[in-house]
Design a protein around this ligand. Structure first.
Ligand code: MIC
Ligand code: SF4
Length: 640
C-alpha cells in the first residue's frame, strides 16, 4: 500500500478507499491562522461545543501582523481568548508562520492535520497527511467531526539522482508545476518516493510539499525515514518519530519521474506558478525587488544559504532586499550564529517572522517593478502593486540576483552552499500559550470589527437570477476576495469585504450584484484556485450569489461554496460556456426536487436567449443535505 492510503485507512470513519468516492476521515490535529481563524472560531462557537475534541489544535497569528488600526489587534485578542476558553493552543504573533512552526514543533508522521490554510500540506514533509480546507470544515473537525473528501488518486513522483550545487528544492517543485500545471493535481495526492528522496532534508521536502498546493492537489507527502527522525531529534521531539514508508509493492495511479541531477534553477514568470522555465532561458531580467521568506522558503537551511551568498558582499544599489525568517526559532539561530549580521551588512531589510510580503502585508513594489520572491504564489495583484510582475524563485537564485541586480543563476557564484544541520535547534515554546483548563470561565473578547457572518437560506423550489459576471480560466481566490494590508484587517467583517468582491475582474461587480439582488457567476476552468479562504464563498453569499456555473472548480473553493449553500455547477458540454453572456436571465427550474432526488444533471435555462443546456452537480448525500438546508451550519442545526 502507498503511504497515503495507509494513513487514510488508519483514519477512515466512513466510505471505502476507491478514488473519486467520498470518504470521511478522523482528524488528529487542526491548525488555523488569524486571517481565516477569526471566522473559523466564530463558526466553532456557533456549533455550541465547549471544548475541542482533537489531539491537538493550534491557532497561529502570522498573517495580520501589521497593526495600523485597532482591527487586527482586536481580532488577535478575540483569538487569544476564544482559544483559551475552548482548549486550543495559541501561537502569538512573532512566533512564526503557521506551517513552519507546525513542522518544527508539532507535526507527527502518520497523523492527519486539517488546516484553514491551503499550504497546510507543508507538514507532508514530515510524513503527515496534512490537508488545507475552509474554516468551517476545520471548525467541524475541532468539534470531533470527521472530514469528508473525494478519496484521492495517488501520483508517485519518483525522484532519482541528487540536486547539484545551486539547485534547490524550490526548483524541484517548480519543475513539477511545469509538468502538472496549476489544475493538474485536482483530486490527487502527490506522494514522493525513490532514491532521490533520501538526499532531501525535511525542510527541503516541506518546500516541495508546501507548493504542491499550487497544483490544486489534495496534499503532498514524503515518507518518514531516517531524515525525518534526524529532524525531529534536533527539535527535541525524537520520541514522537514513527517510521512511515510505502510498502515495497505499493501501487500508484500514475508515476512521474524526475532526475534531480538533471535539474537547473527555475523561475515561475508572472502571473501563474506554473508559468515555469529555467533561469537561463529567462535571461538577465533587471530586478527591482527581492523578497526572501514565506512558508515555502524560510527554514534555517534556506536562510543560512542566503547568508552565505550575502556574506561580505553588498546588494545591488537598485534593489530593495527584504528577508523574513519563517519562525522565531530560525531568527534566533541566525542571530546567535552571526548569519543575521551577514544579511544586515549586505543591506537586507529584516522583516518580522510572519507572512508579510507574501500576502501583500507591506513591501508592495514600485510601479512596473520586477519582484523576485521565494514564496509560492505570483497571482496578479497579490503583491499590492497591479503593474508589478512577481517571479518565483529559490532562495539561492533570489540572493544571487539581489547582488547582481539582474536575474542570476546561483551556479555562477563561487560560494560554498553546503549547510550542515546543527546538532540541536534553539527551540523555545514560550510564545505558544496553553489553553485554560476545562470548565473555565474565560471571557471571550469581541471588538467592534467582529461582525456576524452571513447564513444561507434553505434551497427554494426553483432559482432564477441574472448572470452577473463572465470570467476566464484560473480565476483565483485573490480575484474573488482580494487580500492586502488594507483588506486583511476586515476578515471578520463580511459586509465591509463585500465592497471589494471580484473587483480585480470588474470594479462594478459589488454594486451590480447588490442592485440585482444577487444572481449567478459564469467561469472557465479551475475557478477558485489558490487560498482556502472561506471569505471567497461568504462574501458572494452576502451578495446573494446562488450559484456558479464553471468549466471546472478548484477543490477547496468548491467545498467552501457547498458548505455555504452556493451551487457549484459545471457545464456538461464546455462549448455551452460561449452561449452565455452577462445579464442573461438564468433559471434552474425545480432545483430543490432535483437535489433532493440526487439528480446530478441539472438543466439550466437561459431565459433571454431561449435555450436550455445541461450542467453537472455531483454531490454526495452529505453535500445534498447541505445544499438543501442552505449550508453546513444550517444542516448541523437541523440535526440537533
Ligand atoms: C494565502 O497564501 O493565500 C493565504 C493567505 O495563506 C490563504 C489563507 C487566507 O486567505 O487567509 C491560503 O493559502 O489559504
Ligand atoms: Fe502565509 Fe504566504 Fe504561506 Fe499563505 S502562502 S501561509 S500568506 S506565507
Amino acid at each position: 500500500m502507498n503511504l497515503t492510503y495507509q494513513i487514510l485507512k488508519n483514519h477512515l470513519v466512513e466510505g471505502e478507499l476507491t478514488a473519486g468516492r467520498e470518504i470521511s476521515i478522523r482528524i488528529d490535529h487542526t491548525l488555523t491562522q488569524d486571517s481565516t481563524g477569526t471566522m473559523a472560531y466564530l463558526q466553532f462557537e456557533a456549533m455550541g461545543v465547549p471544548r475541542v475534541k482533537t489531539e491537538l489544535s493550534v491557532a497561529y497569528i502570522d498573517h495580520n501582523t501589521i497593526q495600523s488600526g485597532f482591527e487586527n489587534a482586536d481580532d488577535h485578542r478575540y483569538l487569544e481568548t476564544v482559544t483559551k476558553k475552548h482548549g486550543v493552543r495559541l501561537s502569538k504573533p512573532g512566533n512564526g508562520v503557521c506551517h513552519q512552526v507546525h513542522l518544527e514543533r508539532f507535526a507527527i508522521p502518520g497523523k492527519t492535520l486539517l488546516g484553514s490554510d491551503s499550504h497546510t500540506p507543508t507538514a507532508g514533509g514530515l510524513g503527515m497527511l496534512a490537508i488545507g480546507a475552509g474554516g468551517l470544515d476545520v471548525a467541524v473537525a475541532m468539534t470531533g467531526g470527521a472530514y469528508s473528501i473525494p478519496c484521492p488518486s495517488v501520483t508517485n513522483i519518483r525522484l532519482t539522482g541528487k540536486l547539484s550545487r545551486g539547485v534547490a528544492a524550490k526548483d524541484v517543485i517548480l519543475e513539477v508545476l511545469r509538468i502538472v500545471t496549476v489544475k493538474g493535481g485536482v483530486g490527487k495526492v502527490m506522494e514522493y518516493t525513490g532514491e532521490g528522496v533520501k538526499s532531501l532534508s525535511v525542510p527541503e521536502r516541506a518546500t516541495i510539499a508546501n507548493m504542491g498546493a499550487e497544483l490544486g492537489a489534495t496534499t503532498s507527502i514524503f515518507p518518514a525515514d531516517e531524515n525525518a527522525r534526524a529532524f525531529m531529534k534536533v527539535q527535541g521531539r525524537e520520541k514522537d518519530y514513527v517510521e512511515m514508508l510505502p510498502t515495497a509493492d505499493a501501487a500508484y495511479d500514475e508515476t512521474i519521474e524526475i532526475d534531480l541531477s538533471a535539474l537547473a534553477p527555475m523561475v515561475a514568470l508572472p502571473h501563474m506558478p506554473d508559468n515555469v522555465q529555467t533561469v537561463e532561458e529567462t535571461g538577465a531580467v533587471k530586478v527591482d525587488q527581492v523578497c526572501i521568506g514565506s512558508c515555502t522558503n524560510s527554514s534555517y537551511l534556506d536562510m543560512m544559504r542566503v547568508a552565505k551568498i550575502l556574506k561580505g558582499r553588498t546588494m545591488h544599489p537598485d534593489v530593495s532586499l527584504v528577508i523574513a525568517p519563517g519562525s522565531r526559532q530560525v531568527l534566533g539561530m541566525l542571530a546567535a550564529n552571526g548569519a543575521l549580521n551577514d544579511m544586515i551588512q549586505a543591506g537586507a531589510r529584516i522583516a518580522e517572522t510572519a507572512c508579510g510580503f507574501c500576502i501583500g502585508m507591506g513591501q508592495s513594489p514600485r510601479t512596473n517593478a520586477v519582484s523576485l520572491r521565494t514564496n509560492n504564489r505570483n497571482f496578479f495583484g497579490r503583491s499590492g502593486t497591479k503593474s508589478a510582475g512577481v517571479y518565483l524563485v529559490s532562495c539561492e537564485t533570489a540572493a544571487a540576483s539581489a547582488l547582481t541586480g539582474v536575474l542570476t543563476d546561483p551556479r555562477t557564484l563561487d560560494t560554498d552552499l553546503t549547510v550542515e544541520m546543527p546538532e540541536s535547534f534553539l527551540y523555545n515554546d514560550n510564545l505558544i500559550i496553553p489553553p485554560a483548563p476545562e470548565g473555565n470561565d474565560v471571557e471571550v473578547v469581541r471588538g467592534p470589527n467582529i461582525k456576524p457572518f452571513p447564513q444561507a437560506e434553505a434551497l427554494p423550489e426553483s432559482l432564477k437570477g441574472k448572470a452577473l459576471l463572465k470570467m476566464e480560466d484560473n480565476i483565483t481566490t485573490d480575484h474573488i476576495m482580494p487580500s492586502d494590508s488594507k483588506l486583511l484587517p476586515f476578515r471578520s467583517n463580511i459586509p465591509k469585504l463585500s465592497e471589494y468582491c471580484l473587483t480585480p475582474v470588474d470594479k462594478t461587480f459589488p454594486a451590480r450584484a447588490r442592485a440585482a439582488g444577487g444572481g449567478f457567476l459564469l467561469a472557465g476552468h479551475n475557478y477558485g484556485q489558490g487560498s482556502s479562504r472561506e471569505h471567497a464563498a461568504l462574501v458572494p453569499l452576502y451578495l446573494k450569489i446562488r450559484g456558479v456555473i464553471a468549466k471546472s472548480f478548484a477543490r477547496i473553493h468548491k467545498d467552501n461554496l457547498i458548505n455555504n449553500g452556493i451551487l457549484p455547477l459545471t457545464f456538461k458540454n464546455e462549448a455551452d460556456y460561449d452561449r452565455f453572456d452577462v445579464d442573461d436571465e438564468i433559471e434552474l427550474p425545480d432545483i430543490r426536487k432535483k437535489v433532493a432526488d440526487g439528480v446530478s444533471v441539472i438543466p439550466v435555462r437561459n431565459v433571454i436567449k431561449g435555450f436550455t443546456c445541461d450542467t453537472v452537480m455531483e454531490l454526495s448525500p452529505r453535500q445534498q443535505a447541505m445544499i438543501l438546508a442552505g449550508g453546513l451550519i444550517n444542516k448541523i442545526k437541523s440535526e440537533q
